[in-house]
Design a protein around this ligand. Structure first.
Ligand code: ADP
Length: 548
């Protein structure tokens, strides 16, 4: 076989490297903020956001975001300053996802379901310089701020706030609707900060980059089939992983976003019918609420509504009911660390030959990487080598690519542990199937996921241990038809003391933690321990599974 001729060795640079340099004409750092400028310039009159009777066009959204960015700059917010926001799914939340990145500042959406001390922790840890608060959450914000010695500048959205903050619209009036924002010089610059309760007590601050968010937005738009005639309903909290990137994905596609403050089935059906909603996302609890909505709360609609579900696998009952009601379910898997969805359970050609139960079983798999993720694998825990793709050998699910977090803010040890060896170690245990899809079987990390919210079992145990009668406490997940899982507490009381009533322990917890973290079940008795005295949580997990 003749070989290709060797190029001359004397050329200083290869022709493909000469005169073909990176320059402003052909290299612009990726940032999700640019998606809005492009949308406004390309189809400005189209409706970007619907909120009740209010319609915001892309031109208006762009101008409001530029106003907010420039007004914050005028108030002294600089590149990499943190701007926190405590709000439900309202238009201002969408605005924050563009305005703060325009400024090169870091957006820190806060979970409105958390308790004041946890909110205060995030504000302090993230170094928030500004806190934007929706009036509905003003009381929560005030209690958190009261715990801070150096509180941030407060901006209030809507009426009924404490009166201390700068009204959001007043701030916008200070801004320039034509503000020429610059974007980051380096697409690796930090963009968002999202706190997630991990396995240890304090929440960890996951940091996203402009590049990662841009790619994640495009990956989701492609996978979930968003286009310029899509209408996206906000059933997923935008404070979760930046709404899985959908504030940006919808704008990339030129779709319309419909706001929703509270997840209630009657309102969901009403909005689906009224606005021709085509897409929505949520934890299985959202689908479960839709599927089990009383008949009088349902509305008929002509379009197929695509639902992306993540946070836990959807049950076959839910998928079947949703399909009967005119929805089409897509199963996604990911974590805050992977900007939300990292894999999707894509339908395979051979599914059409499967009986219904077989198809639902396949749909419960966590699936294959989104187009913008580099790879997924299941690793042998000891060696890190891939397990065989046999659908039975259990290992840890690992992810790699441009849509994996930069790391945890101010926590290099946890960052190092989680992103070691070229992979993000998810702490989820699963198998790898011959068709390339992964399937979760268990969780190595000590978290409970209830209604899509993470609960650190350690955090609940710490509170239980403060009860005067409690000597030892272990909290595990108990499977639950509605919530996916609920916290189940096993408690050993101090010698000589009678166990308190379960209800009294639950009330004790309720006063000291966010409502969704409170154990639903409390069981008293000696806890199973190893020879070294470690509580055998796997035994308790099994007991919790067996409870009637
Ligand atoms: P999210 O808000 O996307 O649920 P979190 O960081 O709060 O992200 O939780 C991530 C964890 O949730 C994952 O590590 C995994 O244990 C669980 N999880 C997410 N999606 C799924 C899914 N589709 N099936 C089973 N578990 C899931």
């Amino acid at each position: 076989m003749p070989e290709v001729p060797t190029p001359p060795a004397d050329a200083a640079r290869h022709p493909f490297e000469t005169g073909l340099d990176r320059r402003p004409a052909n290299y612009v750092p990726l940032t999700p903020a640019s998606l809005l400028s492009r949308a406004a310039a390309s189809f400005g009159a189209r409706i970007a956001v619907i909120d009740g009777d209010r319609r915001v066009t892309y031109t208006e959204l762009d101008a409001r975001c530029r106003r907010l960015a420039s007004a914050l700059a005028g108030r002294g917010v600089r590149r990499l300053d943190t701007v926190a926001i405590l709000a439900s799914n309202i238009p201002e939340m969408v605005e924050a996802h563009f305005a703060i990145p325009m400024l090169g500042a870091v957006l820190n959406p806060l979970n409105t379901r958390l308790d004041p001390p946890t909110i205060a922790f995030s504000l302090r840890h993230g170094g928030a310089r500004v806190l934007i608060v929706e009036a509905a959450h003003a009381a929560l914000a005030a209690r958190a701020l009261a715990e801070m010695s150096a509180p941030p500048l407060v901006v209030t959205i809507g009426d009924g706030g404490s009166g201390d903050g700068v009204p959001y619209e007043t701030l916008l009036d200070e801004g320039d609707p034509a503000y020429a924002w610059k974007g980051p010089e380096d697409e690796w610059q930090s963009l968002c900060l999202l706190y997630t309760s991990g396995t240890t007590g304090d929440p960890k601050g996951v940091v996203y980059s402009h590049r990662g968010a841009y790619l994640q937005a495009l990956g989701n738009a492609v996978t979930f089939g968003l286009s310029d005639d899509s209408v996206y309903l906000w059933t997923l909290p935008m404070f979760h992983c930046s709404g899985w990137s959908y504030p940006w994905a919808c704008v990339a596609a030129g779709a319309t976003q419909v706001c929703l403050r509270k997840v209630e089935p009657a309102e969901i059906f009403r909005l689906i019918a009224a606005h021709g909603v085509t897409h929505l996302c949520g934890a299985p609890i959202v689908l479960s609420m839709i599927a089990h909505a009383p008949v009088h709360e349902r509305r008929a609609f002509a379009q197929v509504v695509r639902c992306a579900v993540g946070g836990a696998a959807p049950s076959s009952t839910i998928i079947r009911t949703m399909e009967e009601l005119g929805f089409r379910v897509t199963h996604l898997y990911g974590a805050t660390e992977s900007y939300g969805p990292a894999t999707a359970c894509l339908a395979q050609p051979d599914w059409t030959d499967l009986p219904e139960t077989g198809r639902y079983e396949r749909m419960a798999r966590q699936g294959v990487p989104l187009a913008t993720l580099d790879a997924v694998m299941v690793a042998e825990p000891d060696t890190g080598e891939p397990v065989p793709r046999d659908g039975s050998r259990i290992g840890e699910i690992r992810l790699r690519g441009n849509t994996i977090m930069k790391g945890y803010l101010g926590n290099p040890e946890a960052t190092e542990r989680t992103l070691a060896d070229g992979w993000y170690a998810t702490g989820d245990l699963g198998v790898w199937h011959p068709d390339g899809s992964v399937e979760i079987k268990d969780r190595a990390k000590d978290i409970i996921i209830s209604g899509g919210e993470n609960i650190s079992s350690l955090e609940v145990e710490e509170v239980l241990l403060r009860h005067p009668a409690v000597m030892l406490a272990a909290v595990v997940a108990r499977p639950d038809e509605t919530w996916g899982e609920t916290p189940c507490a096993f408690v050993e009381t101090k010698p000589g003391l009678d166990p308190p009533e379960a209800d009294a322990v639950i009330a004790f917890c309720r006063e000291r933690m966010a409502r969704f973290k409170v154990p639903k079940t409390v069981i008293f008795g000696p806890l199973p321990k190893t020879s070294t005295g470690k509580i055998q949580k796997f035994v308790l997990r099994e007991q919790a599974r067996q409870l009637e």
